[in-house]
Design a protein around this ligand. Sequence first.
Ligand SMILES: [Zn+2]
Length: 67
Amino acid sequence: MNTPRCPDCGVTMESTAVRSSDGFGLTINTGKRSGLLGKLGVGSTTKLEGACCPGCGLVRLYADLEE
Ligand SMILES: [Zn+2]
């Protein structure tokens, strides 16, 4: 993923892994539905990657988007 800049400081943000306290990576529901799981009403999820500003500590989350 491209390295983003902090909107407040303008410095390059550092990519970081985002996890719950249980150690699981964070995901979001993309709303896509296909195949058997879609028929069962289960949506797809995609991973989240984090970017942290070393200046002010701002953290942004980016979805790992598919092409
Ligand atoms: Zn900042």
